[in-house]
Design a protein around this ligand. Structure first.
Ligand SMILES: [Fe+2]
Length: 368
């Protein structure tokens, strides 16, 4: 059996947040969850839009929030019972808001008890307003938080936000943010396309997202508005695709490498994707899908297509290009391999990857 999950509604329009109260008819009281950076940039806009509503604000969500942050915030609400929670920010803010909804609905349970098998009856409708084009958290059923430095990945279908609001006027214009988040969305699409849990439903979204990202990422980095809007939609399409299919080996390699050498998520997973495509091409079904998408993009194969895009946007193709010294990288190899093999995303890869496979991709990807 496969289950397809989606938000109840996805709104898409530039500047839509300025009329969010009338457009969405939000149930009150409202809890607005965000971070200091986003509130500095857009706090006044969202506050103006919510003017006259009964709402409270949490604006101190940190990147990769800790379970203890969520518990503290929940206690600081001292009984406040929102009917709507607006998550206004990137992946960390959205995951934080999902976690608060769980705490409000199940005050006596610990977050670790959330699992995919037991339905959740959440008390507040979750409205996600993503401010980056990449994570897909606005349409996913996952929560990634940390517990004393340890990554905690939780999932439940009832955590898919009720509504996602796609307003490209909120996306930062800095190419150094647009590039890795856009590449992340591209990797989500490629991995969802060939994951062993893919279906024609997820394929359709993944293929269109790949095509849209290829046609718009470099132009969105130059600030072209129509391209920014298209990227914002494509990232959410990729999000729906991977949340109903999976991400796989490039994510397992990227998580391990990124946490070891402190490199941004999208840059890491993007770097390993061409090597993963080469590895996965031994699977006939994956190979056919890569060939089909390459034809659609007008290239002879998917790896050439990626290399060309990466060169155009300045995404590194090798670890050496990132500037990590070879001896430090090689010294970390054993622990990177171990962590990658323990990554849950590996289960979705179309070809089983063992110790030697992961090791040889890491060595090849250094590229020197
Ligand atoms: Fe990702």
């Amino acid at each position: 059996m496969s289950i397809i999950t989606l938000p109840r509604k996805i709104y898409q329009q530039r500047d839509i947040i300025d009329n969010i109260r009338e457009t969405l008819q939000l149930k009150e009281p409202i809890l607005l969850v965000s971070d200091r950076n986003i509130m500095k940039l857009y706090g006044q806009r969202i506050k103006n839009a919510l003017d006259g509503s009964d709402y409270r604000v949490i604006e101190d969500v940190r990147p990769e929030p800790e379970v203890s942050d969520i518990e503290n915030t929940y206690r600081s609400l001292s009984g406040f019972q929102p009917k709507t929670i607006i998550a206004f920010g990137g992946g960390s803010v959205i995951d934080f808001a999902k976690s608060i909804d769980v705490k409000i609905s199940y005050p006596d349970r610990s977050l670790e008890e959330v699992n995919p098998f037991e339905p959740l009856n959440l008390k507040a409708d979750l409205v996600a307003i993503p401010t980056t084009s990449g994570t897909g958290s606005d349409v996913s059923f996952g929560i990634v938080i940390t517990d004393q430095g340890r990554k905690l990945a939780l999932g439940n279908f009832d955590l898919v936000p009720y509504v996602s609001v796609l307003d490209s006027s909120l996306v930062p214009s800095d190419p150094s943010i647009i590039r890795p988040t856009g590449v992340d969305a591209l990797v989500h699409s490629f991995e969802a396309l060939t994951a062993n849990t893919s279906s024609i439903f997820t394929d359709a979204l993944a293929e269109k997202a790949i095509e849209t990202i290829f046609g718009n990422l470099d132009r969105s980095m130059k600030g072209e508005e129509d391209a920014r809007e298209n990227m914002h939609l494509a990232a959410t399409m990729a999000g729906i695709s991977f949340t109903n299919s999976g991400t796989a080996l490039a994510h397992a390699l990227g998580h391990s490498f990124g946490s070891t050498h402190h490199v941004v998520h999208g840059t890491c997973v993007g770097l390993f994707l061409p090597y993963v495509i080469e590895f996965n091409s031994s699977d006939e079904n994956a190979s056919e899908k890569y060939a089909r998408i390459a034809r659609r993009l007008g290239y002879k194969d998917a790896i050439s297509a990626l290399r060309d895009l990466y060169r155009r946007i300045g995404q590194p193709l090798t670890v050496a290009e990132i500037g990590i010294p070879k001896d430090a990288y090689m010294k970390s190899l054993d622990s990177m391999v171990e962590k990658a093999l323990a990554d849950s995303e590996l289960a979705f890869n179309p070809v089983i990857a063992g110790d030697e496979d992961v090791r040889s991709i890491y060595i090849k990807a250094y590229g020197d």
